[in-house]
Design a protein around this ligand. Structure first.
Ligand code: GLN
Length: 486
C-alpha cells in the first residue's frame, strides 16, 4: 500500500520505527502528485527542496532528534509567503512575486520538521467557494458524481483536494468566512479554523484582516490537532495575535464526552438546506447523545444577519488590503500606459480577476463617504450582536453542533451561476469568523449519490480542545469512508 495513504500519526510511527525513510515518504508523494495533475492542486512544486529537507529530517530520526512533525510532507496554500518560493494568492497581479520572508505559520511548521511539497491552488485572494476563481484554473476534488468531478470548495480548494486525494498528508488553509471548513466538508476531510488570534497572520496575504485565520486541513481529527499545535504561536509581528499558551492538543484528545452540553442552534435549521444534510445532522446529534452528551436547544437570534454583514465587512477590508497591489514595487505591472494614473488602472484592471474586482467595488462603495455609516458601521454593529449571541449561548453549552454547509459539493460545470446562491453556501460558517470563535468540520456521512457531508462544531474562544474531543468522538462513530485508496 502506498505510503501516501497513511495519516500523519501513522507516518510518524512508521518513521520512528524505521519501517520506511523520509525520502521514500516524500518521493511517493511526489510521484502521486505527478500522476494526478488533473486535480490541479499544486500551482508551484518545491520537490527539490522537499528532497533536501527529507535528508535532514532523516538525520534527525537517525540521531533520535526528531521534532513534532519531522519529515511530514505538507502542501501550503499559496497565500502564505514562503521565502524564495513564488507566492501568488493565485492572482495574475502576483504571478511573479517571490517573497523575501517567511510567514510565521510556515516557519513554525518548518521549525517542527515539516516538509513543503509545494504551493496549493486557491480562489484568487481567498475569495470564493468553489475554487473556480484561480488565475491558474479550477482545482478539482478527487470525488466524483458519476463521471464528473465535484468542486473541492473554496477558497482552500487546492488544500482540500490535495489532502483528500493523498497528494499531501496535511495542508494549511485560511478561513475568512468558511474557507477551511467548507472545502473540508466538500472533500470528506477535517478542517479547523481556530480562534481569531490563535495563529499569527504575519506573512499571510490579507483578505479581511479582522476575520482571517490560519488553520489545518487533514484526514483525521488527531492530525488536525497535531498540525494546529505546531502552527499556532504568539507573534509580536501580528498585533492581533493573542498571548495564550498553545496546549498539546493532540496528546490530550479525550473522546469521553459524557455530560458535555451540546447546543443545537435552532436558527441553523434553515430553509434551503438539503434534506439529506438535515437528516445527517439529526443522526449526528443522536450519536453524541448515545455517548452521554446532553443536547440543548440554543438560540442565536441574529444568525440571519451574519451573511449580509460578512459580505459588507469582508469586501470593505479587502478593498483596503488589496490597495497595495498597484504594480509599483512588486507584482504585475501593465506594459503600456500613458501616465501614472493609467498605470494603476491598467495594472489593476489586468491583474485582478472578475470576482476580486466585484468585491473591491463593493468594498470601496460601502466605505465611501455617505455610505460608511449605512453599511460598514451598521455591519460592525451587527458583528457585535452576533458575538453577544454566542457569548450568551455558551453560558449554557460547551459546544455547538451544526452542519458545515447547506448543500453537498457542486458537480463541476453545475455550480450556481448567480453570486448570491454561491454566497449562500457560507451561511453556516461565516458566524464563527464574525464572532472570532473556533469552528471545525468533521466528515460524517455520504449522500445517497455518494457525496461527502461534514458536520461543524463551534466552541467558545480558545476552546479548540473541546472541538477536538467532540470531533474525535464523532469521527469514531461516523467511520466516514475516506476517498478510496487507489
Ligand atoms: N466563500 C467565502 C468568500 O468567498 C469565504 C472565503 C474565505 O473564507 N476566505 O468570501
Amino acid at each position: 500500500m502506498s505510503l501516501t495513504f497513511k495519516t500523519i500519526k501513522e507516518a510518524k510511527e512508521g518513521l520512528q520505527n524505521k519501517e520506511f525513510t523520509v525520502k521514500e515518504l516524500v518521493q511517493e508523494h511526489i510521484d502521486r502528485i505527478e500522476a494526478h495533475r488533473q486535480l490541479n492542486a499544486y500551482v508551484t512544486d518545491t520537490f527539490e527542496q522537499a528532497l533536501t529537507q527529507a535528508e535532514q529530517a532523516q538525520q534527525r530520526y537517525n540521531t533520535g532528534e526528531a521534532r513534532g512533525l519531522e519529515g511530514i510532507p505538507l502542501g501550503i496554500k499559496d497565500l502564505y509567503c514562503t521565502k524564495g518560493v513564488k507566492t501568488t494568492a493565485c492572482s495574475k497581479i502576483l504571478h511573479n512575486f517571490v517573497p523575501p520572508y517567511e510567514s510565521t505559520v510556515t516557519q513554525n511548521l518548518f521549525d517542527a520538521g515539516a516538509i513543503m511539497l509545494g504551493k496549493l491552488n486557491m480562489d484568487e485572494f481567498a475569495m470564493g467557494s468553489a475554487n473556480l476563481y484561480s488565475h491558474f484554473g479550477a482545482a478539482k476534488s478527487p470525488w466524483k458524481n458519476g463521471e464528473k468531478h465535484l468542486v473541492p470548495g473554496g477558497s482552500s480548494g487546492g488544500s482540500a483536494g490535495a489532502v483528500a486525494g493523498y497528494l499531501a498528508m496535511g495542508a494549511t488553509g485560511s478561513d475568512t468566512g468558511g474557507s477551511i471548513r467548507q472545502p473540508a466538508a466538500f472533500c470528506g476531510i477535517v478542517g479547523i479554523k481556530p480562534t481569531y488570534g490563535r495563529c499569527s497572520r504575519y506573512g499571510m496575504m490579507a483578505f479581511a484582516s479582522s476575520l482571517d485565520q490560519a488553520g489545518p486541513i487533514t484526514r483525521s481529527v488527531y492530525d488536525a490537532a497535531l498540525l494546529l499545535e505546531h502552527m499556532a504561536s504568539f507573534d509580536a509581528k501580528d498585533a492581533t495575535s493573542k498571548n495564550v499558551k498553545v496546549p498539546s492538543y493532540a496528546a490530550n484528545i479525550n473522546k469521553d464526552i459524557k455530560g458535555l452540553k451540546v447546543g443545537i442552534p435552532k436558527e441553523y435549521n434553515m430553509s434551503g438546506m438539503d434534506p439529506e444534510i438535515g437528516k445527517a445532522w439529526e443522526e449526528a446529534q443522536q450519536w453524541l447523545k448515545a455517548q452521554g452528551a446532553e443536547l440543548v436547544e440554543v438560540s442565536l437570534p441574529n444568525t440571519q444577519y451574519a451573511l449580509p454583514a460578512y459580505y459588507i465587512i469582508a469586501p470593505a477590508e479587502a478593498s483596503s488590503n488589496l490597495a497595495r497591489y498597484d504594480g509599483v514595487r512588486y507584482g504585475h505591472r501593465a506594459e503600456s500606459f500613458e501616465n501614472l494614473n493609467d498605470m494603476y488602472c491598467s495594472t489593476r484592471g489586468e491583474g485582478f480577476g472578475a470576482e476580486v474586482k466585484k468585491r473591491l467595488i463593493i468594498g470601496t462603495y460601502v466605505l465611501s463617504a455617505g455610505h460608511y455609516d449605512a453599511y460598514y458601521l451598521k455591519a460592525k454593529k451587527v458583528q457585535q450582536l452576533i458575538r453577544n449571541d454566542f457569548k450568551n449561548a455558551f453560558k449554557d453549552v460547551d459546544v455547538m453542533l451544526t452542519p458545515t454547509t447547506p448543500t453537498p459539493a457542486f458537480t463541476e460545470g453545475e455550480e450556481p451561476k448567480d453570486p448570491v446562491t454561491m454566497y449562500l453556501n457560507d451561511v453556516l460558517t461565516v458566524s464563527a469568523n464574525i464572532a472570532g470563535i473556533p469552528g471545525m468540520s468533521v466528515p460524517t456521512h455520504l449522500t445517497q449519490a455518494g457525496l461527502p457531508i461534514g458536520m461543524q462544531l463551534l466552541g467558545p474562544h480558545f476552546r479548540e480542545d473541546t472541538l477536538f474531543n467532540v470531533g474525535a468522538a464523532l469521527e469514531e462513530v461516523a467511520q466516514f469512508p475516506m476517498f478510496p485508496k487507489q
